[in-house]
Design a protein around this ligand. Structure first.
Ligand SMILES: [Zn+2]
Length: 112
C-alpha cells in the first residue's frame, strides 16, 4: 500500500466533528486505565482557577505514568492527549511534555 493509500485509509472514517478518538503522541511510560473501584484517587492537576484536584470516579478513564495520574481533561490540557489523528505527521514538533524514563507500551490494562 502506498503512503497515499495509507493516508486515505486513515482518514476515510474520520470526521473531526464526530471523532471521539484520543491519541497519546508521546506515550512512553503512559498507560490508560479505567478506574475499577471507589476511593479517593485524584487527578494530579488542577484546572486554572480551581483550587482542588479532580476526583477520579469509578468507571472513569484516566492516564497514569509513574506516580502521575491525570483525568482526560487535564491530560488534554497538558498536551498528553490529543484529538489530532494526524499528530504522527508532525512528529518533529517538540513535545509539550517530557517523555518519561519508563518505555513500557501504551496499553489498556485491566487492574481487576
Ligand atoms: Zn484533572
Amino acid at each position: 500500500m502506498s503512503d497515499t493509500e495509507d493516508l486515505a485509509a486513515l482518514l476515510e472514517d474520520t470526521t473531526p466533528e464526530s471523532d471521539e478518538r484520543l491519541y497519546v503522541p508521546y506515550n512512553a511510560g503512559w498507560t490508560a486505565h479505567i478506574k475499577q473501584t471507589g476511593g479517593t484517587e485524584r487527578c494530579f492537576a488542577q484546572h486554572p482557577g480551581q483550587d482542588f484536584f479532580h476526583l477520579i470516579v469509578k468507571g472513569e478513564i484516566y492516564l497514569e505514568s509513574g506516580d502521575e495520574r491525570y483525568c482526560l481533561t487535564c491530560a488534554m490540557r497538558r498536551g498528553i492527549v490529543t484529538r489530532d489523528r494526524m499528530f504522527w505527521q508532525r512528529a518533529t514538533e517538540t513535545p509539550t511534555i517530557e517523555p518519561l524514563e519508563d518505555s513500557s507500551e501504551f496499553s489498556l490494562r485491566d487492574d481487576s
